[in-house]
Design a protein around this ligand. Sequence first.
Ligand SMILES: Nc1ncnc2c1ncn2[C@@H]1O[C@H](COP(=O)(O)OP(=O)(O)OP(=O)(O)O)[C@@H](O)[C@H]1O
Ligand SMILES: [Mg+2]
Length: 505
Amino acid sequence: MTEQQAILQMQGIHKRFPGVVALKNVGLRLFPGEVHALMGQNGAGKSTLIKVLTGVESIDSGDIILSGKPIRPHSVFEVQELGISTVYQEVNLCPNLSVAENIFIGRFPFRFGRIDWKTMQSKARTGLAALNIDIDVSLPLSSYPVAIQQMVAIARALSTEAQVLILDEPTSSLDEDEVERLFDVLRRLKAKGIAILFVTHFLDQTYAISDRITVLRNGEFEGEYLAKDLSRMQLINKMVGREVDESSFARQAGDHADKAQTGEPFLAANHLGRAGMLRPIDLSVYSGQVLGLGGLLGSGRTETAHLLFGIDHPDSGSTKINGIPVKLNSPRKAVRLGLAFCPEDRKTEGIIAELSIRENIILALQARRGIFHFIPVSKQRQIAEEYIRQLGIKTSDAEKPIGQLSGGNQQKVLLARWLATEPKMLILDEPTRGIDVAAKLEIMELVKTQCCKGLAIVFISSEMSEVLRVSDRIAVLRDREKIGELDGASSDEQSVFCMIAGSEA
Ligand SMILES: Nc1ncnc2c1ncn2[C@@H]1O[C@H](COP(=O)(O)OP(=O)(O)OP(=O)(O)O)[C@@H](O)[C@H]1O
Ligand SMILES: [Mg+2]
């Protein structure tokens, strides 16, 4: 790996958006046969660097050199032609088209002047098989969960003969198994001499796959390192720009207070289920406690959340809130009863890109009050600014369109939206997806503070360590069924996985 030629080099890149300098004199070098991790906090400029490289955004100044020749890409297609294939952070596929069509958009195979559907579908199946995914490729993309959609986006990027492959947070909604499959594919591509650029907030993944690391901080180039020469601690400090003790992320396990489960639960679900979706389960959620839902992808965590919040209707069982039987048959009803739900897919279920940050924050609160109780704009601004401060949302102005925030900061706005309704029970589905290490800690702190104030929380995360860290109790799910419950304070990953695997801890 010594002194070889970079296949792609970016130098002195500047990019300014109205009111923000997103990139200041940034450089990047990609080498053939290497995985290069691009690291930095939310809003550091990672996605912007990828967008200017791939023609989604124009650059203000700087040079991009591919195989020794300067390029100045103006469109995504132009860049694909040059052999650069990209998976963007916000999956930009068409939900209404079939999986196969999504993989081959813009390059449909033709036969006798017509689209050759058969070839397209069989090629799509082969592409997904490389990722160990076996699904009906003729169904619309939207009929599959986010993780599968993410895999489809990856299969699409892999289906072109690229010499450079770019992946912006491709693993944010994948579970460990799927990440491993993706990494297997990346290792194969690496062995073929392809240069890979990879963005993630999971440090374990960075170190599992990367040869080289570039760190951005506040839109500036902080440095380029060989992964083997940079410790985790050094990496965090370089991203954050100050000394952060990563052990503080782990230490919180001890703070599970001895909260006795006295009295009634806030919400009690008895034999709640829906055929084909979730086998009947019993769940109790107590005020002032975090109930974690543990389990692998597809185990029924999100399905449970959807039933609790009235998005899907149970066909068995009953629910009580404060001991009184309720029918949670719509999200609107759930909100009226004091429930809030922060969904995992911020793009389709969450943010409204055209609205301002303030409007996005105020949305659920206004809906709860009803249109006849309009919240005055000055009051809206006050609420929005309070949450921007509390959650450390990186923006200069609450009036900006939320679409201009970095991915992680959009996630924080979603969280703010639901906290602003001052709910009695909050369901968080992957709340730290795409959130950087330091902000993750802040969000978990915030969850716990709200909990101490008496909020009941249902917490879903594919990171088991995170579930263990915040949860007072953990309901463990497997194959769309609850298989048991564990005490948060006295359990570790081993005990959860043992339960999932079906053996005694
Ligand atoms: N279209 C846009 N208009 C205005 N500002 C933007 C736009 N896109 C990005 N920005 C700003 O540029 C900065 C860098 O954002 P970018 O999305 O590159 O961050 P990131 O490192 O990818 O963060 P994350 O980890 O949250 O995805 C942020 O301050 C963001 O608000
Ligand atoms: Mg990003």
